[in-house]
Write a protein that binds this ligand. Structure first.
Ligand SMILES: [Zn+2]
Length: 525
């Protein structure tokens, strides 16, 4: 059996999904769960792009010891040095250096000749080797790169010390047959190829990311780059759960296996979807709610006579949890801790204490507290902005609504050390409150925010259930900012989510410098 390495880039490429920004604590929680899942390499971020990415990579390197922790870098010295510094305390570290190699990218983006690109790649790989013996090299936009030039660059990178060469289908353009040919060509034409592991990185613009990854594996790739729930730039990356379960189920066909503990898949998927705020589509393969609809009685007759009639994967195989555990009113810290652990939330002491307190508080109001309530509190605590980031705080809110007058809202916000009052009207109380909030933010702080998404759902059933509000604001430049909050009161949950979104927008504007913007646009996406 061949052992296929699973390289997870949820925290780097996945986090580049529009609207999926994660804070440092959320990234650490996800990294710990990825460790439990058994991934071989965690690409934890792109340290040079922002202080937040640098901090996240550094903290993950300190706290997650088994897998290889990887940081992305362009071929520039400052990128590689930032990655090297962020990874300093890692037990196992990798620097992933990339430069574009397609004629289009070299000409229009880099404005470099092919020879300059090769020289730059060599310099970058050599510099990365100063920090670690484990260096990955990617020729960006490889699926649109001339095959012979791809071979020249890869040979040079391996000579300079790259130990993995990754073939990215950056724009999701390739089809399986082509990928198979490209990998075979690389193996045939690059004389030193046996000194490096070949890797594949596919995007899903044509819905072919998983198929392309499997085709690459057939042709000799030993590392697959993927993300939980297929998150990633635009249409996303190859989905880890689909790649892994295809290899798991058809291992005899592929004569291959991975180190993934498949029973941690469902938990990881839910964790990532809760913390990024990006829901998994119901009919998504492996982890969608409908994937194990057998559990709900569909095809029941056939399934009862022999489960294999309709099921190729059992719910247990991916750790799917259908039933909700009810947490008793008097459940202590221990039960809550166990529940959180089993769902991938490795929280620190303070965070755990806060969840316990929130559960106690809620137990006084609600009949029963379920596992989902506990998870909702943990999510809420993890997404909370730091004190420094809370430039705006909600002090007072009152709304008037009914069927004989225009709904209106009055909001008092603390903006720095001042209190500011605003009013608004709308088609309902949430709309009215949104208008009041938007006018204060615009007047006091500048950003002109438009509410692009608004969602409200009960965490569990019943009118006394907690409400989870999710919003997305967009500013004039099209940047989007999400906000999440839970509260027993739907209006308060909605407004708290909007305050969080507004804070993200204001923080973004404060941090924004022209050079930072330029950097983010040149990242391998
Ligand atoms: Zn990518």
């Amino acid at each position: 059996m061949r052992r296929i390495r699973i390289f997870d880039t949820t925290l780097r490429d996945g986090e580049q999904s529009p609207g999926a920004s994660l804070n440092v604590s959320e990234k650490v929680v996800i990294a710990k769960q990825l460790d439990k899942l058994g991934v071989d390499i965690i690409e934890a971020g792109f340290p040079r792009t922002s202080q937040g990415d640098f901090e996240a990579v550094k903290l993950i390197a300190q706290e997650v010891r088994r897998p290889v922790i990887c940081g992305l870098a362009r071929t520039r010295d400052e990128d590689i040095d930032a990655a090297g510094q962020a990874l300093e305390s890692a037990e196992n570290k990798r620097i992933h250096v990339f430069i574009a190699t397609s004629a289009l990218h070299m000409d229009k983006k880099l404005k470099m000749t092919p020879d300059e690109v090769i020289a730059t790649a060599i310099r970058g790989v050599r510099r990365a080797r100063r920090y670690t013996d484990d260096v990955e090299f990617s020729p960006e936009d490889c699926s649109r790169t001339d095959m012979d030039f791809m071979c020249r660059v890869c040979e040079a990178a391996i000579d300079a010390g790259a130990t993995t060469v990754n073939i990215p289908d950056t724009v999701g353009y390739a089809v399986p047959q082509e990928i198979r040919q490209r990998i075979s060509y690389l193996r045939e034409k690059v004389p030193n190829i046996s000194r490096a592991v070949i890797s594949i990185h596919c995007h899903n613009d044509l819905g072919l990311a998983v198929a392309n990854s499997l085709a690459a594996m057939e042709a000799g790739c030993d590392q697959i780059e993927c993300t939980i729930n297929g998150l990633g730039e635009r249409a996303g990356n190859a989905s880890l759960e689909e790649v892994v379960m295809a290899i798991w189920l058809r291992h005899e066909n592929y004569m291959a296996e991975t180190g993934i503990n498949t029973r941690e898949i469902w938990t990881t998927s839910r964790l990532v979807s809760d913390l990024t705020g990006i829901a998994v589509q119901r009919n998504k393969a492996i982890v969608g709610d409908n994937a194990f609809a057998h559990e709900a009685g569909i095809h029941q007759h056939g399934v009862i006579s022999d489960r294999k009639t309709y099921e190729i994967i059992l719910a247990d195989d991916v750790g799917w949890k259908g039933e909700q555990l009810v947490i008793g009113k008097h459940s202590g810290k221990h039960v809550i801790e166990q529940t959180l652990k089993s769902r991938g939330y490795a929280l620190n002491k303070d965070q755990l204490l806060e969840v316990t307190n929130r559960v106690k508080e809620a137990a006084d109001r609600q009949k029963a507290i379920t596992e989902e309530d506990v998870i909702a509190f943990a999510n809420d605590i993890l997404t909370t902005l730091t004190r420094d980031e809370q430039l705006v705080r909600l002090c007072e809110l009152s709304v008037m609504t009914g069927n004989r007058f225009t709904p209106s809202a009055t909001i008092k916000l603390a903006v720095g050390d001042r209190e500011v009052l605003g009013t608004g009207t709308g088609i309902g109380p949430v709309d009215a409150a949104a208008h009041a909030l938007q006018s204060i933010i615009h007047k006091e702080l500048g950003p002109h925010l438009e509410l692009k998404e608004y969602g409200l759902k009960a965490v569990t059933g019943g009118t006394d259930a907690l409400a989870h509000a999710h919003i997305r604001f967009a500013d004039d430049e099209g940047n989007s900012f999400r906000g999440e909050a839970i509260n027993g009161d739907v209006i308060l949950a909605s407004v708290e989510a909007m305050v969080q979104g507004a804070n993200r927008a204001v923080n973004f504007q404060k941090r924004k410098t022209p050079s930072e913007q330029g950097q983010q646009q040149t990242g391998e996406r």
